[in-house]
Design a protein around this ligand. Structure first.
Ligand code: ATP
Length: 320
């Protein structure tokens, strides 16, 4: 157990925002635990303090001052939770594998794949992919709302971008530029052509110069309006689509496991679900599971069909 002096030192270090002092006291506590034979506790304490998610926490807060377009998220999503095509799964595995071997690659004058463009329909797992990569690599996830950056700092967007890329260099993490089409859109379509071109060029220059240990991901729902020159600046492009029958089956089985018998997944259920995105199917399953818990009964085919129809109606209301 930590002594009262150590606890007081921890409290002081916390309120003084003295990260170094805080870490020193934590390591002293770990050393004390090891000395009295509590080796498992000592190891656990050290693991927390050495976790990259926490290592740079204060630095991030300092860097992020006035940069309210950057949001830090902790993620706990595994690759097995993400239902995507074999092709996308292989690409994600490759990013993870190359990251683990980045030093070996650098020693041989090569870089790991770290600049990704995720393009495709909404609710198909683009944000989730960024979360999976962050979680699998034990890195924090930072989300940059691109549309917000542009509208809020029009005129000084390039300077803000520079700040974001400085952080990318200083604080290792997965950086997701969401709503990327806000910047990447065909320059000719824009009203303020000159300013958008400057922002785009600035982004591309920063992307090209980046040799950090972070992963940079840009996500867009609207790849068709992206400038062609953009695609080749990324190490890989992943294309997301609504789930096919095979993915719908996997989603149902994963989300309704133990709550419904497998024989409810028949042709008519798939037909009804076809055309919905992953997020909608997950939502329909969650509603069905809620029902099953509240009513204390297994999910029947009709119950599931009703919740799938509900999701479809949701779009009708939205469009009306
Ligand atoms: N491929 C998938 N596999 C499993 N669950 C998914 C998948 N795609 C989406 N989901 C579910 O839907 C939620 C929202 O998905 P996500 O935010 O990743 O979609 P997106 O493609 O980034 O959408 P948008 O373009 O609208 O931001 C996820 O948190 C998850 O619950």
């Amino acid at each position: 157990m930590a002594t009262i002096e150590q606890i007081k030192a921890l409290i002081r270090a916390h309120f003084d925002s003295n990260e170094e002092k805080f870490k020193t006291v934590v390591l002293q506590i770990a050393a004390h635990e090891a000395k009295v034979g509590h080796t498992a506790s000592a190891r656990e304490i050290k693991e927390i303090i050495q976790n990259p998610k926490y290592l740079n926490k204060n630095k991030v807060v300092a860097l992020n001052k006035g940069l309210d377009i950057l949001e830090q998220k902790m993620t706990h999503v595994h690759l097995s939770d993400l239902i995507v095509s074999v092709e996308i799964e292989e690409k994600i595995k490759r990013v993870i594998n190359e990251y683990h071997k980045k030093d070996l690659l650098r020693k041989n004058g090569l870089m790991n794949r770290s600049k990704l463009l995720l393009a495709g329909d909404p609710g198909t797992g683009k944000t989730m992919t960024a979360s999976v990569i962050a979680n699998e690599l034990y890195l924090p996830l930072y989300v940059i709302q691109f549309d917000r950056l542009i509208t809020k700092y029009m005129g000084e967007t390039s300077a803000k971008l520079r700040q974001v890329f400085d952080q990318i260099k200083e604080v290792r993490g997965v950086y997701l530029f969401d709503e990327f089409d806000a910047i990447g859109s065909d320059r000719n379509l824009d009203n303020d052509v000159g300013e958008m071109r400057r922002i785009l060029n600035s982004f591309l220059q920063n992307l090209e110069d980046d040799e950090s240990y972070s992963i940079i991901i840009a996500a867009t729902n609207n790849p068709s309006i992206l400038d062609n020159a953009l695609f080749r600046r990324f190490d890989d492009v992943m294309e997301y689509k609504n789930p096919d029958i095979e993915q719908i089956t996997r989603l149902f089985k994963m989300k309704l496991h133990g709550k419904a018998s497998n024989n409810i997944f028949t042709e008519d259920v798939y037909k009804e679900a076809k055309g919905l995105n992953h997020a909608d199917i997950v939502k329909a399953c969650e509603e069905a599971v809620k029902y099953s818990i509240l009513e204390d009964q297994l999910i029947t085919k009709n119950i599931l069909l009703n919740y799938i129809k509900d999701r479809k109606n949701y779009y009708k209301y939205k469009e009306a």
